[in-house]
Design a protein around this ligand. Structure first.
Ligand code: SF4
Length: 566
């Protein structure tokens, strides 16, 4: 009998999570769902807890590690601990880290599941259960594995159709394996894939313009094999064009998560405005990031159905969307989002302020469109969080000047927060073979960007003082135990509060009083919202102080991480 353990190493980087403490990604739950389909009962543990010896591994005989490329050091430590205690049991690697088959050797895994994992994992489980792994692996699509003489990479699997994808059901049962599930942002996948099949302008490009003006099916492949999408991103290569889940499936999952005690939900998608657009062009693939316009009816049906759920309607739970592409933010789309998601943050990729650089990178939107989108979203009541990247291929004095201008224009347009990533080449992206950018401090141009972002955020943070907001109280703050940590209901900076003994797990109203660092503020409790359902659910004593258990240190946040989503 297989007894699988999933280690969630997403965002753990070299030394554990810092910027994603309160996020629970959709990937590990999707994997658990496939295992449950096969009648198995997987457990999930976060990598930090696994490495602290938080679980007796004796009962498990299959390890699945979910990680991004930057999480390789942590994934390696996980695999090596497993080997010490459980030497023969296989290790399967999944998530974006698996897109580089060499990661298998570096981590010490046995099999890597590349791209969409559901079907591959189902077939892999059959091989394991029927004890046919040795003979079956060579014909299994979508995997790389360690064989004699090194790593063998099998042909990739075509992406699933919308109907096949919708047939899978992420596990909700395992969400309680996460110590912070009651306060964390729990990601619910509403669509998979990206509609940007433009390509960056790289040396090999023969300028045929097929990826920008060809038909939807034509754009899928480039005659010289340049991977689709923005050069710094691997989503279209790994997961294909968007396919939306049905409202009924998403509803079922959200209802179950709320029932389990989850209070912050994020509709996860590379672009929420791609939701249902695939239906408008079926059976062709949605490979155009601009046309047709958003499927307003489908989006409205999704958002109205979910926001009508009692815990969300009453404000006990919050609903947010993850990302948005400026090219699709029409006035109508912004208003629609504002109608259902007012007051919540939304991520918008700006990346560069230069028009020509933007085209060179393969971006679907121009800087001007980014500013218009920020303005529209803010007017509609959302809180745009705007992303830039330093150290991108093509970065120059001109592009940095343009980006600095764009940072300040974004604030004028209504940005709530500016985030600066460091460029990291991702396997299967068009920039896979470019060098990784040096840290911002070591590059004069990147440093200028960083200084401007810090200055901008300091100013934006000042606007939080005096604001009242709802937050969920977690355990004590490890650096100063007089304080407790609280997470704002819609996402926002972490808040430290005093006098919160015996309020762990409760939703309270907090007034922000001061700013501690770039990502941490202080506040006072101004009212305690009695939420019997929630407090009852949360009586289990070993669930208290999840923050304390989960994180030994709570350092200030580094933005020098890569651009993969969790
Ligand atoms: S990236 Fe490929 S499809 Fe696009 S213009 Fe260049 S050669 Fe043509």
């Amino acid at each position: 009998m297989l007894r699988p353990l999933i280690v969630d190493a997403l965002g753990s980087g070299r030394s554990g999570r810092r910027a994603t403490l309160d996020a629970i990604g959709a990937g590990p739950r999707a994997v658990a769902g496939v295992l449950e389909l096969r009648g198995l009962k997987p457990r999930i543990i976060i990598a930090e807890e696994f490495l602290r010896g938080g679980l007796n591994l004796k009962g498990f005989n299959l390890l699945l590690i979910s990680a991004m490329t930057v999480d390789q050091p942590t994934a390696r430590r996980v695999a090596s601990l497993w080997r010490r205690l459980n030497s023969d049991a296989p290790i399967i690697l999944g998530g974006p880290i698996a897109s580089d088959p060499a990661a298998l050797l570096r981590v010490g895994g046995d099999i890597a599941v590349i791209g969409e994992g559901e079907k591959t994992l189902e077939e892999l489980l059959n091989l394991l259960i029927e004890d046919r792994l040795d003979e079956g692996l060579r014909n299994l699509r979508g995997v790389a594995y360690r064989g004699e003489g090194g790593v063998r990479v099998n042909p990739l699997r075509p992406v699933m159709s919308r109907v096949e994808y919708d047939g899978y059901r992420p596990s909700t049962r395992v969400v309680r394996d996460y110590p912070l599930y009651y306060a964390a942002r729990v990601y619910v996948e509403v669509l998979r894939g990206c509609s940007n099949y433009y390509r960056p302008i790289v040396e090999e490009c023969i300028r045929c313009d097929r990826c920008r003006s060809g038909g939807l099916t034509e754009r899928y492949d480039c005659p010289v094999g340049i991977p689709p999408g923005c050069g710094y991103c691997s989503v279209p290569s790994l997961y294909g064009p968007p396919r939306s889940r049905s409202v009924s499936r998403i509803l079922e999952e959200v209802e179950e998560l709320l029932e389990m005690g989850v209070r912050r939900l994020v509709l996860s998608a590379p672009d929420i405005l791609d939701y249902g657009r695939d239906l408008l062009v079926e059976p062709e693939p949605l490979t155009d990031p601009r046309e047709p316009e958003p499927n307003y009816d489908a989006l409205e049906e999704l958002l109205s159905t979910l926001t009508d759920l009692k815990p969300i309607r009453s404000g006990e739970a919050s609903l947010m969307a993850e990302n948005i592409k400026p090219s699709l933010v029409t006035e109508r789309a912004a208003k629609l989002l504002g109608r259902y998601l007012s007051g919540t943050p939304i991520n918008i990729g700006f990346e560069t302020g230069s028009e020509s650089h933007s085209r060179l990178l393969g971006r679907p939107s121009t800087p001007r469109e980014c500013l218009t989108a920020i303005r529209r979203l803010r007017r509609a009541g959302l809180r745009p969080q705007v992303y830039f990247i330093h150290g991108l291929p093509g970065q120059s004095v001109e592009t940095v000047e343009a980006s600095i201008k764009a940072i300040w224009s974004s604030i004028q347009a209504g940005a709530d927060w500016i985030i600066l990533y460091r460029f990291t080449p991702l396997p299967m992206s068009a920039f896979a073979h470019m060098p990784k950018a040096p840290p911002a401090a070591r590059d004069p141009l990147s440093r200028r960007l960083r200084e401007n972002v810090s200055k901008a955020n300091k100013m934006l943070k000042g606007r939080w003082i005096g604001r009242k907001l709802k937050a969920i109280i977690d355990g004590r703050y490890m650096k100063d135990r007089r304080f407790h940590v609280a997470y704002p209901m819609p996402h926002g900076p972490v808040i430290l509060i005093k006098d919160a003994e015996r309020l762990e797990g409760k939703t309270v109203e907090i007034t922000i009083t001061s700013i501690t660092s770039e990502r941490v503020m202080k506040g006072i409790i101004t009212s305690i919202k009695g939420n019997k359902h929630f407090v009852t659910l949360y009586k289990s004593p070993n669930r208290f102080n999840a923050h304390e258990a989960q994180h030994k240190t709570y350092s200030s946040f580094s933005r020098d991480i890569n651009t993969e989503s969790p």
